[in-house]
Every structure is written in structure tokens, then in C-alpha cells.
Ligand binder design. Structure first.
Ligand code: NDP
Length: 280
């Protein structure tokens, strides 16, 4: 464990993952705490792959007040929660746990993080837009309901494995039966055009090129890759097609801000923290 934060009577939080050493969350939460004058300590905790529940119970016994959960424990956190928010239920995954006398509440702040980054930071409204979400893994599940709640004209979910997209579509339609939500595999995108294209696949990690028709990007469209820290082939494809391109660093900071708000009841300013991460 490493430690960042204040001294004296502190409230304690952590991010749990495996691996976790790469996580920027302690830097982000330390910046939020300094900015809002909250006396907290936020650590990285490496849990054994088969030891998520034991690790969380241990932290609870030590008096921690909440944790963020990252790969590969978001589903374990979902199962561990006594109470789930609607957005956690729709996601089938939890990235924020809050501990109280009433038990453990599981939430998912990834979606609101993405929505805030697109609408507030990038200044692009989702309302009445044609939106394409690529991927049907943990990240896509977390953002689908919050995106739909912003009332795009329609949202298409495209994934390499069609069955996974269909399963996610059904899961979300249970929460929001009136949603305009279609799904397809990548070949089904021929002839379609979108105002906002969001890449929630992990293809960029392995330098794979997604088989996207270059015609999917409308003039003045936004191409948003949830990955950050590198130029992905998706970003290159989108740039070559004339789209405006954004990475997922703002989403990372915004999902952390939502978790901070859930725990502390204070909403930190995100712009200076995004700037800090981009320049450090
Ligand atoms: P998962 O492993 O849960 O899902 C991976 C998804 O990518 C699946 O839909 C999979 O398709 C698809 N995929 C993987 N490789 C390829 C490929 N070569 N071609 C086409 N599709 C592919 O990963 P996550 O959902 O957890 O993460 C996805 C990305 O989102 C990662 O890059 C992660 O870093 C990022 N992320 C960013 C966050 C942020 O705050 N900015 C927050 C969370 C995630 P299939 O189902 O067919 O296998």
C-alpha cells in the first residue's frame, strides 16, 4: 500500500484492483481533497485475484469509509453490495462502494463521468444526437444507461460479438424500456452515420484496428475514446475521417469526482485536475 493525503483525524478511502500500481486515482483524490479542504487519505490496495471480499472486509474493519473498484473486481463488487443504485443495476458492475451503518452501497460512476466529460468539458450535447457506442464489456455496460438518459435521438450499440451486445441491450431495456436502443456487429454499421462515436472497446490496448466504415462520422462529429495516455488506431481513423477527437482522461477524473461527491457531499472542480494530469 502507498499513502497520499492528510494527517491527524482522517477519513480513509482506497482503490482496489489487480493490478493497481498504475491507478491515477490517489493523485486525483489527493487533488480533490486539497482543493475542497477535506481531510482524507486515499490509497492503492492490491487485492489477490481470489481475495476481493476478504480485502474489502478487512478495510471495513479498519474503519475505511469507501473504496473505488477497478479491473477485475467490478462484478465482485456488484455481488458484494447490500444495496445497488439504478445505474449500478443497469451496468451489472460497481466501481464505487460506500460503507455505512446501513451496509454497503454499490454505485457505478463511469457513465456520469463520461456524460459530464462530453457535455460539460467538451461542450457537446447528447440530446437528439445519433450516438454509436462501440464495445459491450465492463466499460460499455457502465455508460449505456447514463448515455440514454441524456435522450439521444437513438443509440446504436456495436460489438465484435453480437450476442454480448444483445445481452447488454436487454439488461438496459429492463431499466429503461422506452429507450431507442439498437444493436449490431461491426458489419451492421455499413451506411450508418453518427454525431458522436464512443469507443469503449479495449482494441486500442493491442493496437488492433476496428473494422469501421469511414463514413460513420458525420461532419463536426465527436469521436471519443475511453482510453487515455496514447493515440489509438480508433483516434487515427476518426481524425482521418474529419472528426473531432477526445480521449478518456476527462472521464477518469469526472468518475472520480462523482465518487468523491458520493462520499464527501462536496463536488470538486475537475478542470484543474484534468490539467494537472495532462501536464504532469
Ligand atoms: P472488457 O474486457 O470488459 O471489454 C472489452 C471490449 O472490447 C469487448 O466489447 C470486446 O469485444 C472489445 N474488444 C476487445 N478487443 C477487440 C478487438 N480487437 N476488436 C474489436 N473489439 C474488441 O474491457 P472494459 O470494458 O473494462 O474496458 C474497455 C476500455 O475502456 C479499456 O481501454 C479501458 O482502459 C477503458 N476504460 C476507461 C475508463 C475511463 O475512465 N476513461 C473507465 C473504464 C474503462 P468482445 O465482446 O467481442 O470480446
Amino acid at each position: 500500500m502507498d499513502q497520499l493525503g492528510g494527517v491527524g483525524s482522517v477519513d480513509r478511502y482506497a482503490v482496489i484492483g489487480h493490478p493497481v500500481a498504475h491507478s491515477q486515482s490517489p493523485i486525483i483524490h489527493a487533488a480533490f481533497a486539497k482543493q475542497t479542504q477535506q481531510n482524507i487519505r486515499y490509497e492503492r490496495v492490491l487485492a489477490p485475484l481470489d481475495g476481493f471480499v476478504e480485502t474489502v472486509r478487512d478495510l471495513m474493519q479498519q474503519g475505511y469509509q469507501g473504496v473505488n473498484v477497478t479491473v477485475p473486481f467490478k462484478f465482485s463488487a456488484f455481488q458484494f453490495s447490500d444495496h445497488l443504485t439504478a445505474r449500478a443495476k443497469a451496468a451489472g458492475a460497481v466501481n464505487t462502494l460506500s460503507f455505512s451503518a446501513n451496509g454497503v452501497t454499490g454505485d457505478n460512476t463511469d457513465g456520469v463521468g463520461l456524460v459530464h466529460d462530453i457535455q460539460k468539458n467538451l461542450g457537446v450535447s447528447l440530446k437528439q444526437k445519433r450516438v454509436l457506442l462501440l464495445g459491450a464489456g465492463g466499460a460499455a455496460s457502465g455508460v449505456l444507461l447514463p448515455l440514454l438518459l441524456e435522450q439521444p435521438s437513438h443509440l446504436t450499440l456495436a460489438n465484435r460479438s453480437l450476442e454480448k451486445a444483445q445481452a447488454l441491450q436487454q439488461q438496459v431495456l429492463q431499466q429503461l424500456p422506452t429507450a431507442h436502443l439498437a444493436c449490431c456487429d461491426f458489419s451492421g454499421l455499413q451506411g450508418m452515420v453518427f454525431d458522436i462515436v464512443i469507443n469503449a472497446t479495449s482494441a486500442g490496448l493491442g493496437h488492433s484496428v476496428l473494422p469501421l466504415p469511414s463514413t460513420i462520422f458525420a461532419p463536426q462529429s465527436l469521436a471519443y475514446d475511453m482510453m487515455y495516455g496514447k493515440e489509438t488506431s480508433f483516434m487515427q481513423q476518426a481524425r482521418a475521417s474529419g472528426a473531432r477527437v477526445a480521449d478518456g482522461l476527462g472521464m477518469l477524473v469526472e468518475q472520480a469526482a462523482e465518487a468523491f461527491f458520493l462520499w464527501r457531499g462536496v463536488r470538486p472542480e475537475t478542470a484543474p485536475v484534468i490539467h494537472l494530469l495532462r501536464t504532469s
